[in-house]
Design a protein around this ligand. Structure first.
Ligand code: NAD
Length: 250
């Protein structure tokens, strides 16, 4: 039902895990997919896999916390695949430089900065860079991957949760500015999506809090992103869709 032929999507942090699966599903639906990651090898390997599976893709590696790099990534995507119609702001866990999961009182501004830079500033940089084309053509899809920690208190995630809440508020306000230009802006809020290598006993422990009886996988997330990216979701905007196994219901 949801097909994206003729559209170009840029997915940030698409070199592995959730972002990679999103890139695969968008490519399977016919979009040309620009695969961004700060890790060049991961971006190239993912793009090659999409092409080998019959899709249209290109690697556009780079650090999206740097606005000049973002401008270059968007320019390069335009040259290789066409201007960006669909932006998935997926990258959110910094590649390094933050004390991930530490109690707030044990952290310092140096630890907060990478979380704010990636979850807030990079979202603004990427969105700002793709808006002119979306406005010109009267069509665009902005999809931001956020976290239930933006709404629920979770230890060790105070700054990350605050940053995701900022991204969600940005998305809601932006939706009111761009709707008449045919552009939607929505968030997908994730529960826990453990890495593939997570031991079964850890998965079982994590699953206890989930009404669905299990934690999530990238396969659980990507179809919702595809739906929000589609023509059919044109009247869905300013929303945060929770894909979280029922962990949080408000
Ligand atoms: N995995 C979870 O349990 C979970 C839960 C809630 C929300 N999320 C959100 O889902 C999204 C994807 O998470 P994930 O678990 O797949 O992350 P991940 O860390 O497994 O993969 C993210 C990718 O982003 C890349 N990246 C990091 N910094 C970057 C930068 N500055 N520029 C470009 N690329 C960069 C990394 O190299 C990595 O390949 C994130 O926004 C995350 O906050 C994840």
């Amino acid at each position: 039902m949801f097909e994206l032929h003729g559209r170009t999507a840029l997915v940030t942090g698409a070199g592995r895990h959730v972002g990679r699966r999103i890139a695969e599903v968008l490519a399977e639906a016919g979009a040309a997919v620009a695969v961004n990651d700060i890790d060049r090898g991961r971006a190239e390997e993912t793009a090659e896999a999409l092409i080998a599976a019959g899709g249209k893709a290109a690697a556009v590696p780079g650090d999206i916390t740097d606005p000049e790099t973002v401008a270059a990534i968007v320019r390069r995507t335009g040259e290789l695949l066409g201007p960006v119609d669909i932006l998935v702001n997926n990258a959110g866990i910094p590649a390094g430089g933050s004390k991930w999961g530490a109690q707030f009182g044990d952290t310092s501004p140096e630890d907060w900065s990478p979380l704010i830079q990636l979850n807030v500033m990079a979202v603004l940089h990427c969105t700002h860079a793709v808006l002119p084309h979306m406005r010109d053509q009267g069509y665009g899809r902005l999809i931001h991957i956020v976290s239930d920690s933006a709404r629920a208190g979770m230890p060790g995630l105070a700054v990350y949760g605050a940053a995701k809440a900022a991204a969600a508020a940005f998305s809601r306000c932006l939706a009111t500015e761009v709707g008449r230009a045919g552009i939607t802006s929505n968030c997908v809020s994730l529960g826990t999506i453990p890495p593939a290598e997570t031991p079964p006993e850890v998965l079982q422990k994590l699953a206890r809090g989930y009404p669905a009886g299990r934690t999530g996988t990238p396969d659980d997330i990507a179809p919702t992103v595809l739906w929000l990216a589609s023509q059919e979701a044109s009247w869905v905007t300013g929303q945060t869709v929770s894909v979280n196994g029922g962990w949080l219901t408000t």
